[in-house]
Design a protein around this ligand. Sequence first.
Ligand SMILES: [Zn+2]
Ligand SMILES: [Zn+2]
Ligand SMILES: [Zn+2]
Ligand SMILES: [Zn+2]
Length: 290
Amino acid sequence: MVEEESKNRKMDELGAGPVGKGQEAVVEEKSDHEIFKMESQVLDCNICLKPLKPPIFQCEVRHVLCSLCFEKLPQKCVICCKRTDYSRCFALEQFINAIRVPCSNTKYGCDEFITQDQKETHESGCTHAPCFCPEDGCSFIGSRGSLLEHFVTKHGRLQTNLQYKKSLGISMARDMQFTLLVGEDMSIFLLTNTLTDIGNALTLVCIRPRESEPRYSSKISAVPRGAGAAGRLVFLMDPLVASSSLQGGVQLGKFFLLVPPELVDESTDELTINIRIDELTSKSQQEAVA
Ligand SMILES: [Zn+2]
Ligand SMILES: [Zn+2]
Ligand SMILES: [Zn+2]
Ligand SMILES: [Zn+2]
């Protein structure tokens, strides 16, 4: 382990800001991969307090600032209040380029270490980003995979596996909040069911870490089981199934299938649904948007 104190001294020499309380950064040195901890605030810009990224500039007294602040503050350093010439601080740039910080989703199972520069890009696509359990009164937050396990083990939900491009018949109790469907690529879908005055409103949502581009289309129909409404059905085609982390719970989307009470099987109080989900190809995605 490298002594923290000596590192702080080293940072002072580099002209970085004071050590304060902040998020800890874990640093790996390339030669022998020594790992030590340090307060990440020492690597923030002295002016805007955001993490420094190359190019980094310094005044003659070695107060460091980011390139954006450098462009806005010519000639006079706001810390030492002196007119000054700025120069690039290559030593600190090199140091920052060597640092790997953990992904913010460490607690959800991501073990990636990335440079500050790559952090945003990685996290916007990190598969460990959290999803939220939509069950009443449950505050579980976890990666998509752990949410699926949670649905089954903690809430006793039955998981129905489905194959894409194939119609699947399912029965759903009239007052069931949702049915859990799992695609062949392990994508999780909820067929959500909202009771309204004029029938059941069904909508399909794909559980994904963030509100991202749709990847699936769906066709849902409700068919009568009894003879009463024989031949009648309601049908919904959704070319772009919405994705959600369920942070705001299960919500009825703008696009839903309204199933009139006549299609509910009176003897079992169930809806009979046919559902088909297709993966979008980039071509079908463009067509749907056009
Ligand atoms: Zn700045
Ligand atoms: Zn200065
Ligand atoms: Zn990650
Ligand atoms: Zn839960």
